[in-house]
Design a protein around this ligand. Sequence first.
Ligand SMILES: Nc1nc2c(ncn2[C@@H]2O[C@H](COP(=O)(O)OP(=O)(O)OP(=O)(O)O)[C@@H](O)[C@H]2O)c(=O)[nH]1
Ligand SMILES: [Mg+2]
Length: 349
Amino acid sequence: MLTRVSECCGGRTRTYDLWVMSPTSYQLLHPAIWERKYIRSLVQSKLLSYFRNPIMKHKAGFVNIIGLPNVGKSTLMNQLVGERMSIISPKAQTTRHRILGMVNTDDYQIVFSDTPGYINQPAYKLQSTMNDFVANALEDADVIVFLTDKFQKEEEQKHLIELIQKSKVPTFVLLNKIDLYQKEEQESLVAEWEKKLDKCEVIPITASSGINAKKVIKKIVELLPESPPYYDKDQLTDRNTRFFVSEIVREKIFLNYTKEIPYSCEVIVETYKEDEKIDRIRCLIFVERESQKGIIIGNKGDALKQVGIEARKDIEAFIGKHVHLELFVKVKDKWRDNANTLKNFGYNQ
Ligand SMILES: Nc1nc2c(ncn2[C@@H]2O[C@H](COP(=O)(O)OP(=O)(O)OP(=O)(O)O)[C@@H](O)[C@H]2O)c(=O)[nH]1
Ligand SMILES: [Mg+2]
């Protein structure tokens, strides 16, 4: 008997096909074998466990990482996935998109979402769009991971705390950067968060070195629903190479320039040509004003050259191939507030 079982979760429907046989139909199929004591007991025990737990045991689900900017969300996702999926910088608001990273084993598939840091008072349409990614992440998760650290102000986390309190999705509070805490300080902060979000388990971690990362995975898997995988088991992310190339260039801009410059830049891969031994990539860096273009290029082009050298090295490591990288700078007036341009830049997912 083939049984189809469906259940709903966060707007998605999961369907399982189950083969369920009654003991009598099994006896009818194999009457001769049934007489043999050993095989009979084996079949009976298998069937018993099938009837006790008829749905397959594989687990899969969506785990969304949220928090204020700069708490270490991207560092955590990269650490858990074991790959450099998301770009990281010491500056706030580095991540601008929602990026999936998957952890696959024979028994489970965890689909992590790294999200932009929540911005309390968005000044640009770009930032409102980034906040929308966070709002969606609160709705379509099987498990939420709320990341915080001792440097975050109570007032700025208030809105996210309220959303978590209202949410029915199981949530972990991960207290990050414990490498920078005294033991007593860590203990008192854990106690404080256990009080503030009393339905959530609080786990202290160091995302950058992976302290307590295994514990986090174990706890998440316990909460995941039984489900077949959502993606191929050899898939690590939903994004293509062009996306990662543009993100790597953007990371180098975040690391090489100060003040408003990194925030005024967007990177687009204009052409990507794959030759046998080398990939030829041409990227456009958009800035908002002519004066910013001069700063990006630098004296005799030195600043842009440095970005190119650093980005090319990382892109080559990422794709495992030689790369010829060209960077061009263009002005796109007030792109951060232009809905159409934002859409063209991919801020509509
Ligand atoms: N000491 C220490 N630093 C960390 C740890 N985790 C992350 N960081 C640093 O914190 C800074 C921000 O890390 P990100 O992973 O970019 O933070 P984020 O939350 O993704 O930031 P946004 O993308 O801006 O929202 C970087 O300089 C990281 O190296 C940690 O466990 N310990
Ligand atoms: Mg980030």
